[in-house]
Design a protein around this ligand. Structure first.
Ligand code: NAD
Length: 248
């Protein structure tokens, strides 16, 4: 599996699954365009790729802002001439353990803006470039939370179900242009988002967060495990794969 001569745009690259995906894509020889709202982590990922001899660029981007996303894709084309793949990992989990009748409308909207609108905007501006090329791969991070059920947050679970729907709709719209679209649904993965969620769950039950985090080590997956799958998915070796991929 090689990503030689491929340009991969990765959002959410400052930490967690996005960072792991960026490192795996770079290891496979891809040029990575790293984006995140969190500058310090973004620079760290960029620095690690650079230090290992990889080619990368990075940009602070809020995926819910159309102009910033448009500039991200334009910058990728300016720096590397094309966009072979988009892996959209940027996401937030808010409103966990809040019953629907108590959920704040502003929290709902924020989750939708980042998770769902962010997926729409990154697809919108990446697809424009990929259609010109008549080739590309788009991977959206959904979740079992919104596809199989069982989320701690009404807003998060709903947004992830909608992201899955977006991937299914876009697959048929974009496949005539040689663009493959996948939704990836990771299981529980040890990232800052998931670890925060586990600590919060314990605290909301009056239990020890520290103990819950220790127990979680036994069942959570490693971000690199998903990162490797994401890197494979955007490679030509995955060109016979279609639709949704579930991971542990
Ligand atoms: P994380 O919180 O560890 O990383 C998310 C990244 O997104 C962070 O670097 C954050 O700064 C960035 N981000 C947040 N808002 C942003 C914005 N407006 N613009 C740009 N970047 C922004 O989370 P993670 O666990 O690595 O999650 C990555 C993706 O995988 C998310 O979409 C999440 O919903 C999904 N997911 C995670 C799990 C899991 O168990 N960790 C399970 C299923 C799905």
């Amino acid at each position: 599996m090689s990503l030689e001569n491929k340009t991969v745009v990765i959002t959410g690259a400052a930490m967690g699954i996005g960072r792991a995906a960026a490192l795996c894509c770079a290891k496979a020889g891809g040029r990575t365009v790293l984006a995140d709202i969190e500058e310090a982590g973004l620079k760290e990922t960029f620095g690690d790729i650079h230090a290992a001899g990889g080619e990368a660029s990075c940009q602070v981007v809020d995926v819910s802002d159309a102009r910033q996303v448009e500039a991200l894709m334009a910058g990728a084309v300016e720096d590397f001439g094309r966009i072979d793949a988009l892996i959209n990992c940027a996401g937030i989990l808010e409103g966990a353990y809040v019953p629907v009748d108590e959920l704040d409308e502003a929290v709902w909207q924020r989750v939708m803006d980042v998770n769902l609108k962010g997926s729409f905007l990154t697809c919108k501006y990446a697809a424009a470039v990929m259609k010109e090329q008549q080739k590309g791969v788009i991977v959206l991070l959904s979740s079992g939370a919104g596809v199989r059920g069982g989320s701690s947050s009404v807003a998060y679970g709903t947004s992830k179900g909608a992201v899955h729907g977006q991937a299914v709709v876009l697959e048929s719209q974009l496949s005539p242009f040689g663009i493959r679209v996948h939704a990836v649904c990771p299981g529980g993965i040890a990232t800052p988002m998931k670890l925060r969620n586990i600590a919060q769950a314990a605290e909301s039950q009056g239990e020890s967060a520290e103990e819950a985090l220790k127990q979680a080590e036994a069942y959570l997956g490693d971000p690199e495990g998903v990162g490797r799958i994401l890197a494979f998915l955007v490679s030509d070796d995955a060109d016979h794969l279609r639709q949704t991929v579930f991971t542990r």
